[in-house]
Each structure stands twice: as structure tokens, then as C-alpha cells.
Design a protein around this ligand. Structure first.
Ligand SMILES: Cc1cc2nc3c(=O)[nH]c(=O)nc-3n(C[C@H](O)[C@H](O)[C@H](O)COP(=O)(O)O)c2cc1C
Ligand code: SF4
Ligand code: SF4
Ligand code: SF4
Ligand code: FES
Length: 626
């Protein structure tokens, strides 16, 4: 059924509101529908891999058997964000969230919650510090503001009618019938939206440059390559709210004067690809892609292109070459894609999260968006919170939120009551931020000023057990492996840096190595062709700056304060040993000897430094690690 005009779109929206029922109880939802409970079983990547599809299946079977399938409906939306506690379910209109649910809990949920009306205490979230249980208003969401993720976890992503119900494609209608292309570009400029793919370039200006480039054809590319390890915000948007990305691409197309768009998505995201295919087919069916959209003179279509998982192919010029069928290598800018991009035509490349903000900005207004955030960074940013924090997941917060709020409030603090050491932001080429900056309001500028960057929003929390030299080496290994090899500074420079770091972690480093490393970092930053090489030294430079004492411990004292670098460790048995022989049985190298009830000793030449003996020993202080 092709929608021929906005009246048809509005009529469909009104009809679709009923579908949302108890999730969005408004006057337009009949009382009968508003009473039907909606159980949202998280279908995001984390919950999916820990069995949420099976939970949804068993729940539907159980409800059927109990004759409740008309009163309780089951949905599988995208990620709720709080992946740490998955699989999660939310029940509307009861406003109750259950955590770490398993298929075995389903019978209890149906019996206790739906039949007897009881809340199941042990499935409620428990704060690890206070032990308080929460049925609703979980601390994880306190301080979050969902704009890019507004529909993720809320609507059923494979049903376009649900997207219509939450004002889907209304922004497109507004753009096509009530605004000129220049109005749209102005609105984006006033909103202050900046690219969420890493560089933070103002989106409205990028659209303006692309529009101004003379050409018979222009293109829109959605960058869904998402190569930063641990980042999954783009994936969550694509899986949980694919139409918002299509709608934003249509808006971009009409503003820039493009009739074709491409989504470059990594092939390792099969669920996102599946949802995108469904969304594109539905949009075509409703006449929202194709010729004369909503009866206007605007025509636009979208094609999917698959990336093979090379990190560098997320860089916009490499991505364009990859779509063209050439080797995915970056090229010098200028010319920028906005001037000369795909097949030599002006091309606007935007990240998934950037695009997901756009329909909301058009509908709610540029001033609403620019009222959120800091002076130069407007709106919100999604962070993939990971590492040694109690609550890992996706958080979307207003720009200007501090790291302390994210890590200690939403993230629930450090796992196992350990001490916070650093936060690594900005993906593999970001920097490590020490404790003294925990209260810095984070935005593009403040992160850069403290030697890190926003990047795509990776946020890895490190604690006292992490060795900062080893962390720098870990990220360097990633960028070294992913370097495309085109320029010497990056290809050879990252390798040399990695070798020096390895030498230091093995206890063979010198003070001169530290100086050489710093010099080489600055050369690579200044001479590498693309962002990969230019930012690869960040983990080293930031750790050298803020954790120099750890480097000195490795180089001068030949110790690893965190006890991570094996070559620098030594396990010793002290005179507290009672000769119980437990450690002897556990040692994989058989290198512990001693008579029963007598002090034992370790043959240091053969010791692997695996730590198994220390874990096994029950006498405090009998085995020490130096
Ligand atoms: C090595 C490298 C990898 C990148 N990977 C991505 C990526 O996976 N996704 C993305 O949106 N941008 C990535 N970028 C940034 C893009 O080049 C580009 O700036 C971005 O897609 C523009 O969209 P935006 O203005 O909406 O941020 C990468 C940049 C570099 C240097
Ligand atoms: S900086 Fe590295 S990834 Fe970028 S073009 Fe040069 S070699 Fe390739
Ligand atoms: S550290 Fe491992 S290899 Fe060394 S003595 Fe202990 S158990 Fe044996
Ligand atoms: S387990 Fe501990 S107490 Fe027992 S022999 Fe080994 S070092 Fe000594
Ligand atoms: S995957 Fe379920 S909460 Fe993120």
C-alpha cells in the first residue's frame, strides 16, 4: 500500500497507535487495548546470545497453555542498554523490569506475576553496593537521555506500523512539504549536531558543502562499519530502530539533492542486515523509498553494501573505495567526499548514530536539541560502557555528563570493590584518562584537551589490576594489525612502537626507549595519512603522560606494579609456609619442592608465573608475588 500523501501517513499513524497499547497509553488507545500487557523481551545482541529468543518462545507457549495469550502479548525489541543484567524483560503497563531471566523462570513469571499479581523479588535488579532492589527506575538509567536510542528497546523493529506510531516518517513529511532544503540544513546547523562517527564534524555544514558541490548526481552513505572493538551503539540502532536511519537518509537525500543512498554495514552484523532488509522492503512497499515519495517530486532509494571487517574501511575515503570495488585504503583529503566522493560525485558520509538523531531534531526543533549539552557539543552521546565496572552496557547521556556519573552512578562503580585507575575512551586510538579528570564534563573538546577523544563512544574502565604499559601495548597491537600499510609512518612506526612496548613489558626496556617512543609517536601523529595512524599513538602518549611512574617501574625497577607483566613477576614462598603441599599438587611445572610440614621452595628457573600456587595456598602470606 503506497502512501500517496501526508494525510495517508497520518491516518496510518492514528491506526498504528492502537498497536502500542499499554506501552503508550494515551487517549488514542482504547481502554481494551490499554489493558493488554506487553512483555518486552530484550532481543539485543547480549540478551540474544544469553537465550532471550528461547525465553520469548517459552513465554508465548506458557501464556497459550494458560489461556492468557490475548491478555499478555510478547515482543522482542532491541537492546535496553543494561546488558550486564540480561536477559532482561520489561512489562507494561506494570512498569516492572526483571533481570537475568532464564527460560526456567517463565512458569514462575506467568503464575506469580500475571496470574497472582505478585512481583518476583529475586528477579528485580539489586544494587551491588546497597543491596536495594528496584522494580522500576533502575539507577542505570538515572541521568540518561535517550534521543538516538529513543525507540531502541521500545518498538518492535520489524513492524513499520510501530515506527509510524512513534511519529516515524513524520519528520520526512515535514521536510518534504513544510521546509526547503536550505531550511533543513539551517536547522541542523542551529541544532549543533556533530558527527558521532569520531571526528565530530558539524553535520549541517557537511550537508551544506555536499549540496553546494556542482554535480548531476550526489550520494548519501550511512557509515555502519562500526569497527571499534567493544562498540555496539550503531549495531543497536540498526537492530532496534532501522527505520530511523532510513528516514534520516531520506531527509539527507532531499536536503542535499541526492537520489541514491548506501548503507555500508559490516557483514559480521547479520541481525542488523536482516532488519535493514526488512525495513527497506517495508519502506518500498509503503512508497517511502522509490519514486515520488509521499506524492512529492522527491525520489530516493537505498542499497546495502557489506564490509568485510577491516577497521580502516570505516574511514570514509577507504569506505568509498571499498564500495567502488577497489582496495579499502584511505586517500588524501582534500578532496573531501563532499566534493568528490563515490564514483567522483559529491557524497555525504554520516554515521548511524548521527543519522538516528536527525528525525528527532526535525520534529522537536533545532533549539530543543541545542538546549542539551555543552557550549560546543550539543545533544547526547551513546557510550559503550565496558571493562571493570559493575554495570556494562549502552548509556546515552547529555554531552557534559562527567565520567564519574557514568562510571559510578549508571555503571554502579568498580567491580569487586577495587580501585578505579583509568577510563579509556575513544576506541583503540583513544587515550587513558586518570582519576583526576573523573569530574571533567565530557565533550569533544574536553576529551581532546586531556589527551583522549570521543571516537565512536567506547568507554573501557580500568582498575588497580590493570597495567597501563600492557594496556597501551594491547591497543597498539590492534592499530598495528589494522594499518592498511599505505604510509611508512603508520605501517612501520606502529610496529616499532609495539616492539618497544613489548621490550618494556619483558623487563628489557631502557629510559632511552621511553624518549624514543615519545618522539616516534609525535612523528607518526604528524605524518600519517589518515586518522588511524594519526591517532594510533594516543594510548602511549596518554599513559606516558599520566602513568609515567608505571613505565619507570618497568624500566628502572624491573617490576610491574599491577602484577600483569609475567616476565617481571616472581612468586616466592616465605617462612609462613606450613608445608601442607597443596601448592605442589597444583603447580603445572612441578617446580615446587619441600618436605611435608616444612617450608617449600620454588625453582625460579622453571616457574611459569601462572599464579596457581598462590591461589591454592590457604596460609596468608605464605606465597608472595613481587
Ligand atoms: C580508522 C578509522 C575508522 C573509522 N571507522 C568509522 C566507523 O566505523 N564508523 C563511522 O561512522 N565512522 C568511522 N570513522 C570516521 C569516518 O571517517 C567519518 O568521519 C564518519 O563516518 C563521518 O560521519 P559523521 O560525520 O556522522 O561522524 C573512522 C575513521 C577512521 C580514521
Ligand atoms: S595512516 Fe595507516 S591506515 Fe591510514 S593510510 Fe596510512 S598506513 Fe593506512
Ligand atoms: S607460579 Fe605457577 S609455575 Fe610458578 S610455582 Fe606457582 S604454580 Fe608453579
Ligand atoms: S600451599 Fe602454602 S602453606 Fe602449603 S606448602 Fe604451599 S606455600 Fe606452603
Ligand atoms: S542486549 Fe539486552 S539489555 Fe543490551
Amino acid at each position: 500500500m503506497k502512501l500517496k500523501n501526508t494525510d495517508a501517513l497520518n491516518a496510518l499513524r492514528a491506526q498504528s497507535l492502537e498497536l502500542m497499547g499499554s506501552r503508550q497509553a494515551t487517549n488514542s488507545v482504547s481502554t481494551e487495548k490499554a489493558l493488554v500487557r506487553h512483555v518486552m523481551v530484550c532481543g539485543g545482541p547480549g540478551c540474544h546470545s544469553s537465550g532471550s529468543p528461547r525465553i520469548a518462545e517459552v513465554l508465548e507457549e506458557e501464556l497459550n497453555q494458560r489461556g492468557l495469550s490475548e491478555q499478555v502479548k510478547v515482543f522482542q525489541p532491541g537492546c535496553f542498554g543494561f546488558c550486564e543484567k540480561g536477559p532482561m524483560i520489561e512489562i507494561h503497563p506494570d512498569n516492572i523490569t526483571y533481570c537475568e531471566v532464564s527460560a526456567e523462570d517463565v512458569a514462575t513469571i506467568v503464575e506469580e506475576h500475571f496470574i497472582k499479581g505478585n512481583t518476583i523479588e529475586h528477579l528485580l535488579y539489586m544494587d551491588p553496593n546497597t543491596k536495594e532492589r528496584f522494580a522500576t527506575n533502575l539507577p542505570f538509567y538515572d541521568g540518561q537521555l535517550r534521543i538516538a536510542l529513543r525507540n531502541v528497546g521500545y518498538i518492535a523493529p520489524e513492524n513499520i506500523l510501530e515506527y509510524f506510531a512513534v511519529d516515524g516518517y513524520q519528520a520526512l513529511a515535514k521536510v518534504l512539504f513544510d521546509m526547503t532544503p536550505l531550511d533543513v540544513i539551517d536547522a541542523l546547523k542551529v541544532s549543533g549536531l556533530r558527527g558521532r562517527g569520531g571526528a565530530g564534524f558539524p553535520t549541517g555544514s557537511k550537508w551544506e558543502f555536499t549540496r553546494k558541490s556542482e554535480a548531476d548526481q550526489r550520494y548519501i552513505i550511512c557509515n555502519a562499519d562500526e569497527g571499534d572493538p567493544g562498540a555496539f551503539m550503531d549495531r543497536s540502532v540498526l537492530e532496534g530502530d532501522p527505520h530511523s536511519v532510513l528516514e534520516a537518509m531520506l531527509i539527507a537525500g532531499s536536503a542535499i539533492g541526492a537520489s541514491e543512498g548506501f548503507i555500508y554495514v559490516r557483514a559480521e552484523y547479520p541481525a542488523a542486515i536482516h532488519r535493514l532488509k526488512i525495513a527497506i522492503a517495508q519502506a518500498r512497499e509503503y512508497g517511502l523509498l522509490g519514486k515520488n515519495i509521499l506524492g512529492s517530486d522527491f525520489s530516493f532509494d537505498i542499497e546495502l553494501k557489506y564490509g568485510a571487517g577491516a577497521f580502516v574501511c570505516g574511514e570514509e575515503t577507504a569506505l568509498i573505495h571499498s564500495i567502488e570495488g577497489s582496495r579499502g585504503e584511505p586517500t588524501v583529503k582534500p578532496p573531501f567526499p563532499a566534493q568528490k566522493g563515490l564514483w567522483g560525485k559529491p557524497t555525504c558520509v554520516n554515521n548511524v548514530e548521527t543519522l538516528a538523531n536527525i528525525p528527532a531534531i526535525i520534529l522537536k526543533g533545532a533549539d530543543w536539541f541545542s538546549g542539551i549539552g555543552t557550549e560546543k557539543s550539543k545533544g547526547t552521546k551513546v557510550f559503550a560502557l565496558a571493562g571493570k565496572v559493575n554495570s556494562v552496557g549502552l548509556v546515552e547521556v547529555p554531552m557534559g555528563t562527567t565520567l564519574r556519573q557514568i562510571i559510578f552512578n549508571m555503571g554502579g562503580g568498580i567491580k569487586g570493590h577495587k580501585t578505579f585507575k583509568a577510563a579509556q575512551t575513544g576506541g583503540p586510538s583513544g587515550g587513558c584518562i586518570p582519576t583526576k579528570f573523573l569530574d571533567t564534563p565530557i565533550d569533544y573538546e574536553s576529551l581532546a584537551s586531556i589527551g583522549s577523544m570521543m571516537g565512536s563512544g567506547g568507554l573501557i574502565v580500568l582498575d588497580e589490576d590493570d597495567c597501563m604499559v600492557n594496556i597501551a601495548r594491547f591497543f597498539l597491537e590492534f592499530t598495528m594489525d589494522e594499518s592498511c600499510g599505505r604510509c611508512t609512518a603508520c605501517r612501520v612506526g606502529t610496529k616499532r612502537l609495539y616492539e618497544i612496548l613489548t621490550k618494556i613489558t619483558e623487563g628489557k626496556g631502557t629510559l632511552e626507549d621511553l624518549d624514543n617512543m615519545e618522539k616516534l609517536c609525535n612523528i607518526i601523529k604528524d605524518t600519517a595519512l589518515c586518522g588511524l595512524g594519526q591517532s594510533a599513538p594516543n594510548p602511549i602518549l596518554s599513559t606516558l603522560k599520566y602513568f609515567r611512574e608505571e613505565y619507570l617501574a618497568h624500566v628502572v625497577d624491573k617490576t610491574c606494579p599491577a602484577g600483569v607483566c609475567k616476565n617481571l613477576l616472581k612468586y616466592e614462598i616465605t617462612d609462613k609456609c606450613v608445608g601442607c603441599t597443596l601448592c605442589v599438587k597444583k603447580c603445572p611445572m612441578n617446580c615446587i619442592t619441600g618436605a611435608s610440614k616444612k617450608r617449600h621452595t620454588i625453582d625460579q628457573e622453571r616457574c611459569l608465573k601462572c599464579g596457581a600456587c598462590m591461589e591454592q595456598c590457604r596460609v596468608v602470606g605464605a606465597i608472595i608475588r613481587r
